[in-house]
Ligand binder design. Structure first.
Ligand SMILES: *Cc1c(COP(=O)(O)O)cnc(C)c1O
Length: 400
């Protein structure tokens, strides 16, 4: 168990308060328990820590800097705005932090193949990258419709040498890619490793992915102290499954003076069915092997969700976020597609930073509140990824 601080969770059954756990058949529970034991055995060993730290430093390019956005601060006329630059990581986002951890763990456990599904291809590319580096086979399942839509990511995965499995059943998108990848995993769970792409899924994944991402918050807290002599007043990040947010928040959970805000995708509006604001509008239930707030129909089936940012459109959310909402430690707000686009353009044109549409959600919320705050205050935003992948779409949408 992680006994570093008083917020240390989950408990030994993988629960964060009422959320998380392992809502899975007994055979699979055995496999998850084995992964959990292996992780707890390996994670604090010198060998694993040294290798992961070395890769973070020399491969990913950590620590990522904290950047003071002077022109954006001036434009909004209030609190100073800092960005934690996860967009500068190799492969352009925070996902490489946990994909490297997972690939390395799979290798340490002697697994023969790492498996995953991908929607827009971001998780697929980060995982294929990590597997190429670590030297382990990688197989990614992806819906045929997504394969057509996400050409650059598909090409990258092929170049990186992973086996790409097109999924032609059902919706031909993420939902069926999950089922397809999972069926393959169940053929030989003793030798395969299913690499989950966020702080979701059965225990131990929400804990492991959180631990791998917590490097972001540890660095950012120290950088704020070293460079600004104090902690930020507000720390904020976008929330899809919740990995970039929990990674940053973990560094500040015990700092009571620091207000934490998660920003969910409001899509076309919370009063329409076209959003993915799980924490704002969801109900308690289970999805994909764990308990959390989720968006579901009367029969308990996951609802189709929408966000302009494909990395945020998931009908569930990490169990730790659900707990942090319930205990009031983190507040969760939402930003709609239009506000996201405006923030995307504003950040690009005031700072020369083209953000991922996912990250632009957090920027949009800060654009609403910074001007109401004192100039002495500091807001820290996780710039979870760069927006190259979104540039063509935005240009088309806005007729640029
Ligand atoms: C995937 C992705 C997200 C959403 O995932 P979380 O697990 O919620 O962090 C956010 N930002 C970027 C850039 C992504 O690629």
């Amino acid at each position: 168990m992680n006994t570093l601080n008083k917020s240390a969770l989950p408990d030994e059954n993988g629960y964060f308060g009422e959320y998380g756990g392992q809502i899975i058949p007994p055979e699979l529970k055995q496999v998850m328990d084995e992964i959990c034991r292996a992780y707890l055995d390996i994670k604090d060993t010198r060998e694993f820590q040294d290798e992961l730290q070395d890769l973070y430093t020399h491969y990913v390019g950590r620590p990522s800097p904290v950047f003071l956005a002077r022109r954006l601060t001036e434009k909004l006329g209030g609190a100073r705005i800092l960005f934690k630059r996860e967009d500068l990581n190799h492969t352009g986002a925070h996902k490489i932090n946990h994909c490297l951890g997972e690939a390395l763990l799979a290798k340490f456990m002697g697994k023969t193949k790492v498996l995953a599904e991908t929607g827009a291809g971001q998780h697929g590319v980060a995982l294929a990258t990590a597997c190429a580096l670590v030297g382990i086979d990688c197989e990614i399942h992806m819906g045929e419709i997504d394969i057509k839509k996400e050409h650059p990511n598909v090409t990258k995965m092929k170049i990186l040498g992973c086996k790409l499995v097109p999924v032609s059943r059902g919706t031909k998108t993420l939902k069926d890619a999950v089922d397809s990848a999972f069926e393959e995993y169940l053929r030989d769970p003793a030798n395969f490793f299913y690499a989950i792409g966020s702080v979701v899924g059965p225990h131990p994944f929400p804990m492991m992915v959180r631990d791998f991402q917590s490097v972001v918050g540890r660095e950012a807290r120290q950088q704020c102290l070293d460079e600004y002599g104090r902690l930020p007043d507000i720390v904020t990040a976008c929330v899809g499954g919740g990995s970039n947010a929990i990674g940053l928040f973990t560094g500040f959970l015990d700092d009571e003076s620091v207000q934490l805000i998660g920003v969910e995708p409001g899509g076309k509006g919370l009063d329409t069915p076209y959003h993915a604001a799980t924490l704002s509008k969801g109900v308690k239930g289970s999805i994909h092997g764990f308990e959390c707030y989720n968006l579901q129909d009367e029969k308990g089936e996951p609802l189709p969700v929408h966000s302009i940012a494909s990395g945020l459109d998931y009908p569930g959310v990490g169990p730790q976020h659900c707990h942090l909402k319930d205990i009031g430690r983190v507040s969760y707000v939402s930003i709609n597609d239009q506000e996201c686009l405006e923030a995307f353009m504003t950040l690009s044109r005031t700072e020369g930073l083209i953000p991922a549409l996912e990250s632009a959600h957090a920027v949009a919320h800060v654009m609403k509140i910074a001007g109401t705050m004192d100039r002495e205050k500091i807001i820290l935003i996780n710039l979870s990824g760069r927006g190259d992948k979104d540039a063509d779409f935005v240009a088309e949408t806005l007729n640029l």
